[in-house]
Design a protein around this ligand. Structure first.
Ligand code: HEM
Length: 61
């Protein structure tokens, strides 16, 4: 059941990251570039958790 939340959070983080990049990193601000890197890395970590949960769910069916 938590798999659904991890997937939704990843999509939200990618949307935020896409918006940050499309804004031109707020006029090329170094801080926003760093935020983009950390949000993206967090999204990938949660995506890994999402994959593990999805795999576990599949094994129960
Ligand atoms: C898995 C998610 C993501 C990760 C780990 C990630 C990571 C990064 C990193 C480390 C940089 C370099 C930041 C810097 O200049 O210090 C970067 C740049 C950039 N990212 Fe992402 N990003 C992710 C998702 C996205 C998404 C969803 C978009 C747009 C839809 C995007 C668009 C860009 C753009 C346009 C740049 C600038 C490239 C340049 O300066 O030449 N990224 N990203």
């Amino acid at each position: 059941m938590y798999r659904r939340y991890t997937g939704s959070v990843v999509l939200l983080l990618l949307l935020i990251n896409g918006a940050i990049s499309l804004s031109g990193f707020g006029g090329n601000k170094a801080a926003l570039r760093t935020v983009h890197a950390y949000v993206g890395s967090t999204a990938l970590c949660i995506l890994f958790v999402h994959a593990v949960l999805g795999f576990k769910l599949d094994m129960t069916l």
